[in-house]
Design a protein around this ligand. Sequence first.
Ligand SMILES: *Cc1c(COP(=O)(O)O)cnc(C)c1O
Length: 379
Amino acid sequence: MKLATKYIHAGAHPDPSTGAIMTPIYQTSTYVQSAPGVNKGYEYARSQNPTRFALEEAFAVIENGKFGLAFASGVAATDAVMRLLVPGDEVVAAHDMYGGTFRLFSKVYEKMGIKFIYVDTSDANNVAKAMTTATKLIWLETPTNPLMNISDIEAVATIGKKHNCMVCVDNTFASPYLQNPLDFGATIVMHSATKYLGGHSDVIQGCLVMNDQVLRDQLYFIQKSTGAVPGPQDCFLVLRGIKTLHVRMQRHCENGIKVAAYLKQHPKVGKVYWCGFEDHPNHAIAKKQMRGYGGMMSFTLKEDTLEAATKVLSSTKIFSLAESLGGVESLINHPASMTHASIPRAQRIANGLSDGLIRLSVGIEDAEDLIADLANAIG
Ligand SMILES: *Cc1c(COP(=O)(O)O)cnc(C)c1O
Protein backbone atom coordinates (compact mmCIF):
# COMPACT_ATOMS: atom_id res chain seq x y z
CA MET A 1 0.00 0.00 0.00
CA LYS A 2 1.23 3.51 -0.86
CA LEU A 3 1.98 6.00 1.95
CA ALA A 4 -1.06 8.26 1.40
CA THR A 5 -3.49 5.35 1.69
CA LYS A 6 -1.63 3.90 4.64
CA TYR A 7 -1.67 7.14 6.65
CA ILE A 8 -5.38 7.71 6.16
CA HIS A 9 -6.42 4.18 7.12
CA ALA A 10 -3.76 3.35 9.75
CA GLY A 11 -5.44 2.04 12.91
CA ALA A 12 -8.89 3.03 11.63
CA HIS A 13 -11.72 0.57 12.13
CA PRO A 14 -15.40 1.58 12.31
CA ASP A 15 -16.47 1.67 15.96
CA PRO A 16 -18.02 -1.73 16.76
CA SER A 17 -20.97 -0.28 18.72
CA THR A 18 -22.14 2.43 16.26
CA GLY A 19 -20.09 2.22 13.08
CA ALA A 20 -18.60 5.69 13.75
CA ILE A 21 -15.87 6.09 11.12
CA MET A 22 -13.64 8.04 13.52
CA THR A 23 -12.29 6.24 16.58
CA PRO A 24 -14.23 7.66 19.54
CA ILE A 25 -12.44 9.31 22.46
CA TYR A 26 -12.99 6.66 25.14
CA GLN A 27 -12.85 9.08 28.05
CA THR A 28 -13.05 6.50 30.81
CA SER A 29 -10.79 5.30 33.60
CA THR A 30 -12.34 1.88 34.11
CA TYR A 31 -14.56 -0.76 32.50
CA VAL A 32 -17.50 -2.66 34.02
CA GLN A 33 -16.90 -6.38 34.43
CA SER A 34 -19.77 -8.89 34.21
CA ALA A 35 -18.27 -11.12 36.91
CA PRO A 36 -14.93 -10.98 38.79
CA GLY A 37 -12.24 -11.37 36.15
CA VAL A 38 -14.77 -11.57 33.31
CA ASN A 39 -14.37 -8.57 31.00
CA LYS A 40 -14.15 -7.52 27.36
CA GLY A 41 -10.36 -7.28 27.42
CA TYR A 42 -10.45 -3.87 29.09
CA GLU A 43 -9.94 -3.56 32.86
CA TYR A 44 -8.35 -0.20 33.66
CA ALA A 45 -7.39 2.62 31.30
CA ARG A 46 -3.71 2.91 32.27
CA SER A 47 -3.33 -0.58 30.81
CA GLN A 48 -5.99 -0.57 28.08
CA ASN A 49 -7.82 2.16 26.20
CA PRO A 50 -9.42 1.65 22.77
CA THR A 51 -8.48 5.13 21.49
CA ARG A 52 -4.87 4.54 22.51
CA PHE A 53 -4.87 1.05 21.02
CA ALA A 54 -6.10 2.42 17.66
CA LEU A 55 -3.28 4.97 17.71
CA GLU A 56 -0.69 2.37 18.72
CA GLU A 57 -1.77 0.27 15.74
CA ALA A 58 -1.42 3.35 13.53
CA PHE A 59 2.10 4.00 14.87
CA ALA A 60 3.10 0.45 13.93
CA VAL A 61 1.59 0.76 10.43
CA ILE A 62 3.27 4.07 9.57
CA GLU A 63 6.70 2.90 10.77
CA ASN A 64 6.51 -0.50 9.04
CA GLY A 65 6.68 -2.20 12.42
CA LYS A 66 4.64 -4.89 14.18
CA PHE A 67 3.94 -3.11 17.48
CA GLY A 68 3.43 0.49 18.58
CA LEU A 69 3.26 1.98 22.06
CA ALA A 70 2.11 5.50 22.95
CA PHE A 71 3.56 7.59 25.77
CA ALA A 72 2.69 10.85 27.51
CA SER A 73 5.62 12.60 25.76
CA GLY A 74 8.59 11.88 23.54
CA VAL A 75 10.81 12.02 26.59
CA ALA A 76 8.57 9.46 28.36
CA ALA A 77 9.03 7.13 25.36
CA THR A 78 12.82 7.54 25.62
CA ASP A 79 12.60 6.97 29.37
CA ALA A 80 10.76 3.67 28.79
CA VAL A 81 13.62 2.44 26.57
CA MET A 82 16.15 3.43 29.25
CA ARG A 83 14.25 1.33 31.81
CA LEU A 84 15.21 -1.79 29.85
CA LEU A 85 18.77 -1.24 31.11
CA VAL A 86 20.41 -2.12 34.44
CA PRO A 87 23.32 -0.50 36.32
CA GLY A 88 26.62 -1.25 34.60
CA ASP A 89 25.12 -1.19 31.12
CA GLU A 90 26.60 1.19 28.56
CA VAL A 91 24.90 3.34 25.94
CA VAL A 92 26.62 4.73 22.86
CA ALA A 93 24.78 7.91 21.91
CA ALA A 94 24.95 10.66 19.30
CA HIS A 95 26.94 13.65 20.58
CA ASP A 96 24.65 16.34 19.17
CA MET A 97 21.19 14.98 19.86
CA TYR A 98 18.09 16.69 21.29
CA GLY A 99 18.94 18.52 24.54
CA GLY A 100 16.13 16.85 26.51
CA THR A 101 17.46 13.40 25.64
CA PHE A 102 20.94 14.47 26.76
CA ARG A 103 19.47 15.82 30.01
CA LEU A 104 17.59 12.57 30.69
CA PHE A 105 20.74 10.53 30.06
CA SER A 106 23.21 12.74 31.95
CA LYS A 107 21.08 13.98 34.85
CA VAL A 108 18.73 11.06 35.52
CA TYR A 109 20.28 7.82 34.27
CA GLU A 110 24.00 8.47 34.80
CA LYS A 111 23.52 8.55 38.57
CA MET A 112 21.66 5.25 38.35
CA GLY A 113 24.81 3.58 37.10
CA ILE A 114 24.28 3.67 33.34
CA LYS A 115 27.37 4.79 31.41
CA PHE A 116 27.03 7.00 28.32
CA ILE A 117 29.63 7.30 25.59
CA TYR A 118 28.90 10.21 23.22
CA VAL A 119 30.36 9.95 19.75
CA ASP A 120 29.90 11.54 16.35
CA THR A 121 27.59 8.85 14.97
CA SER A 122 27.69 10.34 11.46
CA ASP A 123 30.79 8.17 11.07
CA ALA A 124 29.71 4.60 11.92
CA ASN A 125 33.36 3.73 12.70
CA ASN A 126 33.12 5.93 15.79
CA VAL A 127 30.20 3.80 16.99
CA ALA A 128 32.10 0.56 16.29
CA LYS A 129 35.11 1.82 18.27
CA ALA A 130 32.97 2.75 21.30
CA MET A 131 31.32 -0.68 21.63
CA THR A 132 32.23 -2.87 24.62
CA THR A 133 30.74 -6.08 26.00
CA ALA A 134 28.64 -3.85 28.30
CA THR A 135 27.04 -1.84 25.46
CA LYS A 136 23.32 -2.65 25.46
CA LEU A 137 21.93 0.30 23.51
CA ILE A 138 22.97 2.58 20.67
CA TRP A 139 20.93 5.80 20.60
CA LEU A 140 20.78 7.46 17.21
CA GLU A 141 19.10 10.62 16.07
CA THR A 142 19.12 11.33 12.34
CA PRO A 143 18.90 14.03 11.13
CA THR A 144 20.19 15.50 14.38
CA ASN A 145 18.73 18.47 16.15
CA PRO A 146 19.78 21.18 15.29
CA LEU A 147 22.85 20.56 13.09
CA MET A 148 21.14 18.19 10.66
CA ASN A 149 23.91 15.60 10.79
CA ILE A 150 23.02 12.27 9.21
CA SER A 151 23.93 8.83 10.52
CA ASP A 152 23.86 5.68 8.40
CA ILE A 153 21.11 3.67 10.10
CA GLU A 154 21.92 0.47 8.22
CA ALA A 155 25.63 0.61 9.06
CA VAL A 156 24.95 1.29 12.75
CA ALA A 157 22.25 -1.41 12.91
CA THR A 158 24.80 -3.90 11.55
CA ILE A 159 27.22 -2.93 14.33
CA GLY A 160 24.42 -3.32 16.88
CA LYS A 161 23.52 -6.82 15.61
CA LYS A 162 27.15 -7.93 15.73
CA HIS A 163 27.31 -6.94 19.41
CA ASN A 164 23.81 -8.18 20.29
CA CYS A 165 22.93 -4.61 21.17
CA MET A 166 19.68 -2.69 20.59
CA VAL A 167 19.65 0.27 18.22
CA CYS A 168 17.00 2.90 18.91
CA VAL A 169 16.49 5.69 16.37
CA ASP A 170 14.84 8.99 17.29
CA ASN A 171 13.00 9.58 14.00
CA THR A 172 11.25 12.79 15.08
CA PHE A 173 12.97 15.12 12.60
CA ALA A 174 12.42 12.96 9.52
CA SER A 175 8.95 11.64 10.38
CA PRO A 176 7.87 8.23 9.01
CA TYR A 177 7.06 9.93 5.71
CA LEU A 178 10.74 10.52 5.00
CA GLN A 179 12.43 7.62 6.75
CA ASN A 180 11.60 4.24 8.32
CA PRO A 181 14.51 3.09 10.52
CA LEU A 182 13.14 -0.45 11.13
CA ASP A 183 13.52 -1.10 7.38
CA PHE A 184 17.26 -0.50 7.82
CA GLY A 185 17.57 -2.90 10.76
CA ALA A 186 16.96 -0.64 13.78
CA THR A 187 15.47 -2.39 16.83
CA ILE A 188 13.20 0.45 18.01
CA VAL A 189 11.95 3.69 16.46
CA MET A 190 11.11 6.56 18.80
CA HIS A 191 9.13 9.71 17.96
CA SER A 192 8.15 12.84 19.71
CA ALA A 193 4.60 12.69 18.29
CA THR A 194 4.34 16.28 19.55
CA LYS A 195 6.05 17.27 16.30
CA TYR A 196 5.20 16.05 12.77
CA LEU A 197 2.84 13.21 13.78
CA GLY A 198 0.51 15.50 15.73
CA GLY A 199 1.46 18.24 13.31
CA HIS A 200 -0.66 21.06 14.76
CA SER A 201 1.27 22.15 17.87
CA ASP A 202 -1.63 21.15 20.12
CA VAL A 203 -0.46 17.98 21.88
CA ILE A 204 2.52 16.48 23.76
CA GLN A 205 3.04 12.80 23.04
CA GLY A 206 5.63 10.13 22.25
CA CYS A 207 5.79 6.70 20.69
CA LEU A 208 7.89 3.61 20.23
CA VAL A 209 7.60 1.09 17.40
CA MET A 210 9.32 -2.28 17.22
CA ASN A 211 9.10 -5.71 15.56
CA ASP A 212 10.14 -8.03 18.39
CA GLN A 213 7.28 -9.46 20.47
CA VAL A 214 9.42 -10.04 23.59
CA LEU A 215 10.70 -6.48 23.47
CA ARG A 216 7.15 -5.20 22.94
CA ASP A 217 5.94 -7.12 26.00
CA GLN A 218 8.79 -5.69 28.11
CA LEU A 219 8.03 -2.15 26.96
CA TYR A 220 4.28 -2.60 27.46
CA PHE A 221 5.02 -3.79 31.00
CA ILE A 222 7.13 -0.66 31.58
CA GLN A 223 4.40 1.54 30.03
CA LYS A 224 1.70 0.27 32.37
CA SER A 225 3.96 -0.07 35.42
CA THR A 226 5.45 3.41 35.26
CA GLY A 227 2.25 4.96 33.94
CA ALA A 228 3.41 7.61 31.46
CA VAL A 229 0.42 6.97 29.15
CA PRO A 230 -1.27 9.63 27.02
CA GLY A 231 -4.94 10.45 27.58
CA PRO A 232 -7.56 9.44 24.98
CA GLN A 233 -8.16 13.02 23.79
CA ASP A 234 -4.47 13.39 22.95
CA CYS A 235 -4.50 10.01 21.21
CA PHE A 236 -7.44 11.18 19.09
CA LEU A 237 -5.56 14.34 18.07
CA VAL A 238 -2.50 12.37 16.96
CA LEU A 239 -4.69 9.84 15.09
CA ARG A 240 -6.20 12.79 13.26
CA GLY A 241 -2.79 14.33 12.62
CA ILE A 242 -1.47 11.14 11.02
CA LYS A 243 -4.24 11.22 8.39
CA THR A 244 -2.67 14.30 6.78
CA LEU A 245 0.99 13.51 7.44
CA HIS A 246 1.82 12.89 3.78
CA VAL A 247 0.11 16.07 2.55
CA ARG A 248 1.78 18.19 5.20
CA MET A 249 5.19 16.58 4.67
CA GLN A 250 5.02 17.14 0.91
CA ARG A 251 4.57 20.86 1.55
CA HIS A 252 7.20 20.94 4.33
CA CYS A 253 9.63 19.41 1.81
CA GLU A 254 8.73 21.83 -1.00
CA ASN A 255 9.00 24.85 1.28
CA GLY A 256 12.19 23.44 2.82
CA ILE A 257 13.90 23.29 -0.59
CA LYS A 258 12.91 26.90 -1.36
CA VAL A 259 13.87 28.37 2.03
CA ALA A 260 17.20 26.48 2.15
CA ALA A 261 18.10 27.67 -1.36
CA TYR A 262 17.16 31.24 -0.46
CA LEU A 263 19.30 31.24 2.69
CA LYS A 264 22.25 29.66 0.92
CA GLN A 265 22.55 32.48 -1.64
CA HIS A 266 21.98 35.29 0.90
CA PRO A 267 25.10 37.47 1.24
CA LYS A 268 24.64 37.91 5.00
CA VAL A 269 24.10 34.20 5.73
CA GLY A 270 27.08 32.11 6.80
CA LYS A 271 26.48 28.38 6.89
CA VAL A 272 23.17 26.63 6.15
CA TYR A 273 22.67 23.21 7.72
CA TRP A 274 20.22 21.19 5.61
CA CYS A 275 20.74 17.61 4.50
CA GLY A 276 19.23 18.19 1.05
CA PHE A 277 22.27 20.11 -0.20
CA GLU A 278 24.57 18.01 -2.37
CA ASP A 279 27.56 19.43 -0.50
CA HIS A 280 26.16 18.34 2.89
CA PRO A 281 28.85 15.97 4.27
CA ASN A 282 26.40 13.06 4.57
CA HIS A 283 24.13 13.86 1.63
CA ALA A 284 24.74 10.45 0.01
CA ILE A 285 23.51 8.64 3.13
CA ALA A 286 20.54 10.99 3.47
CA LYS A 287 19.67 10.22 -0.16
CA LYS A 288 19.95 6.48 0.48
CA GLN A 289 17.75 6.31 3.57
CA MET A 290 15.36 9.28 3.22
CA ARG A 291 12.58 10.00 0.71
CA GLY A 292 13.01 13.78 0.99
CA TYR A 293 14.68 16.34 3.24
CA GLY A 294 11.87 18.01 5.14
CA GLY A 295 11.48 21.47 6.56
CA MET A 296 14.04 21.49 9.38
CA MET A 297 17.21 23.52 8.90
CA SER A 298 19.63 25.71 10.82
CA PHE A 299 21.85 28.57 9.76
CA THR A 300 24.34 31.09 11.02
CA LEU A 301 24.87 34.65 9.90
CA LYS A 302 28.29 35.66 8.54
CA GLU A 303 28.39 37.81 11.65
CA ASP A 304 28.03 34.75 13.89
CA THR A 305 27.24 36.50 17.17
CA LEU A 306 24.46 36.31 19.70
CA GLU A 307 23.57 39.96 19.03
CA ALA A 308 23.16 39.56 15.27
CA ALA A 309 21.16 36.33 15.72
CA THR A 310 18.94 37.96 18.35
CA LYS A 311 18.03 40.70 15.89
CA VAL A 312 16.80 38.13 13.35
CA LEU A 313 15.08 36.02 16.03
CA SER A 314 13.10 39.03 17.25
CA SER A 315 12.21 40.46 13.83
CA THR A 316 10.33 37.72 11.99
CA LYS A 317 6.56 38.13 11.78
CA ILE A 318 5.37 34.84 10.29
CA PHE A 319 8.06 32.64 11.88
CA SER A 320 7.15 32.62 15.59
CA LEU A 321 9.95 32.51 18.14
CA ALA A 322 9.23 29.27 19.97
CA GLU A 323 10.59 25.86 20.91
CA SER A 324 9.21 22.76 19.19
CA LEU A 325 8.84 21.99 15.48
CA GLY A 326 6.85 20.02 12.95
CA GLY A 327 3.62 21.99 13.14
CA VAL A 328 1.81 23.58 10.20
CA GLU A 329 3.07 27.03 11.26
CA SER A 330 6.69 28.10 10.86
CA LEU A 331 8.84 28.51 13.96
CA ILE A 332 12.21 30.11 14.58
CA ASN A 333 14.35 29.01 17.49
CA HIS A 334 17.64 29.82 19.20
CA PRO A 335 19.09 26.43 20.23
CA ALA A 336 21.82 27.85 22.51
CA SER A 337 19.33 29.57 24.82
CA MET A 338 16.19 27.51 24.16
CA THR A 339 16.08 23.83 23.10
CA HIS A 340 19.74 23.09 23.84
CA ALA A 341 20.33 25.26 26.93
CA SER A 342 20.66 22.07 29.03
CA ILE A 343 23.92 21.20 27.22
CA PRO A 344 26.97 22.90 28.83
CA ARG A 345 28.24 25.77 26.63
CA ALA A 346 31.74 24.33 26.14
CA GLN A 347 30.29 21.05 24.93
CA ARG A 348 27.78 22.84 22.72
CA ILE A 349 30.50 24.87 21.03
CA ALA A 350 32.73 21.81 20.67
CA ASN A 351 29.84 20.06 18.90
CA GLY A 352 29.59 22.96 16.43
CA LEU A 353 26.51 24.58 17.96
CA SER A 354 27.47 28.25 18.11
CA ASP A 355 25.76 31.00 20.13
CA GLY A 356 24.59 32.51 16.85
CA LEU A 357 22.96 29.40 15.38
CA ILE A 358 19.33 29.85 14.30
CA ARG A 359 17.00 26.89 13.74
CA LEU A 360 13.94 26.96 11.50
CA SER A 361 10.95 24.67 11.41
CA VAL A 362 9.60 25.60 8.00
CA GLY A 363 5.83 25.22 8.08
CA ILE A 364 3.32 24.76 5.31
CA GLU A 365 2.41 28.40 4.67
CA ASP A 366 3.12 30.00 1.28
CA ALA A 367 6.86 29.78 0.58
CA GLU A 368 7.01 33.30 -0.89
CA ASP A 369 5.62 34.78 2.33
CA LEU A 370 8.11 32.79 4.40
CA ILE A 371 11.05 33.96 2.30
CA ALA A 372 9.86 37.58 2.42
CA ASP A 373 9.64 37.31 6.22
CA LEU A 374 13.23 36.02 6.46
CA ALA A 375 14.46 38.61 3.95
CA ASN A 376 13.00 41.35 6.09
CA ALA A 377 14.43 39.95 9.35
CA ILE A 378 17.94 39.30 7.99
CA GLY A 379 17.96 42.72 6.30
C1 LIG B 1 10.84 17.27 20.98
C2 LIG B 1 11.82 16.18 20.80
C3 LIG B 1 11.94 15.15 21.74
C4 LIG B 1 11.15 15.13 23.03
O1 LIG B 1 9.79 14.98 22.83
P1 LIG B 1 8.66 15.61 23.81
O2 LIG B 1 7.40 15.22 23.12
O3 LIG B 1 8.89 17.08 23.85
O4 LIG B 1 8.84 14.98 25.14
C5 LIG B 1 12.84 14.14 21.47
N1 LIG B 1 13.60 14.14 20.35
C6 LIG B 1 13.51 15.12 19.43
C7 LIG B 1 14.37 15.06 18.22
C8 LIG B 1 12.63 16.17 19.63
O5 LIG B 1 12.59 17.15 18.72
